[in-house]
Design a protein around this ligand. Sequence first.
Ligand SMILES: Cc1ncc(COP(=O)(O)O)c(C=O)c1O
Length: 445
Amino acid sequence: MNAQITPLVANTNLDAFWMPFTANRQFKANPRLLARADGMRYWTADGREVLDGVAGLWCVNAGHGRREITEAVTRQLNTMEFAPTFQMGHPIAFELADRLSKVAPAGLDRVFFTNSGSEAVDTALKIAIAYQRARGAATRTRLIGREKGYHGVGFGGISVGGMVNNRKAFGASMLPGVDHLPHTLNLEHNAFSRGLPQWGAHLADELERIIALHDAATIAAVIIEPISGSSGVILPPVGYLKRIREICTKHEIVLIFDEVITGFGRIGKAFAAQAFNVIPDMMTTAKGLTNGAIPMGAVFAHRKIYDAFMHGPENAIELFHGYTYSAHPVACAAALATLDIYAKEGLLTQAATLSPIWENAMHSLKGLPHVIDVRNYGLIGAVELEPRSGAPGARAFEVFTRCFERGLLVRQTGDIIALSPPLIIETAHISKIVEILGEVIRATS
Ligand SMILES: Cc1ncc(COP(=O)(O)O)c(C=O)c1O
């Protein structure tokens, strides 16, 4: 296997691929190429084994190289590679939506398919605004996101998102009428909390302040990640999400949970909504939906939202929105096979079983040089490092590259190292992750 891969790499010109969310020049000078994957592991192009601490990119929840998915995709490609879903349909699209509605929180049993998390977010925002109109509240067009939120890279998503680097270059083209809640990360109060932090539920009341400023009759929706992943794992303080839910209900504002990361077992139930027992009106999902094998996203909408559109002449389109590849048959096949694996192997609840072990392992990193916080929930973890003076992100980037050299894939955002391993992880892998990360942190100045 290695002998086959190496010459291929030597001859590959890296110039043409403009890499996403990547330091292109740094990468191309010193590439980190992954060439094969199985179970908990990747192998680099030159044959080195790398333990996957981030499920690829928070998506390969059932582990790599799942034959069941490969076979389902192959079967579907051999049967029907594509069929339209505009004014037409194909059976496995309906089968998948039905299966998803059965693992969804009660009531969220109408499913709109997209090809990514970003599209799911923009779809949900559009549905929320159109829903308000459909129910006779057409003045409700404002959207509320949160500082440090990540909702993908569409114009809707970056507008409600709150990560400055994702926004600042596109400032003038952001959606108007968007406001942001404060984020809930506060090391002064919550550093080294185990699980959810105790301090900060009162930050939900900022929503009342924003509503008082604009008037509820102008606000369509609030979108938040139950746990922010991409900005460095920000956990909801105890009671925070429940309070947000209460305020949205009181003011008839649609609450959207962006579950692109937390969905499909990441924190011990199928969705964070169920794990936290706070049910939104819509959920956006992607990633773990197909185990990362084929791109796909899905918006789960409460039945009352769907029903609000089902008026007017029966031959009229109710929602002018959709993608050529909404419910692509091959993606549907991958998702159905993925759901089968999750059910058969109990993976949607596995994070709850492993979370005490994971929590102890993560917190064993407390006390290492430069570690200013450790955060964890379900099978998510983060280690925050003190930034080097004048060089934010440099220390964590070094930790990321050294971990890779030592055979561990982690994710770096700013000065935070984030972890979200495949849900098939075993205790020996957890020990290995913490051992390598700990050694690297100790060795990094
Ligand atoms: C919470 C959240 N929403 C949306 C997205 C965007 O998903 P995609 O990259 O599939 O467009 C992500 C991706 O990490 C995410 O974490």
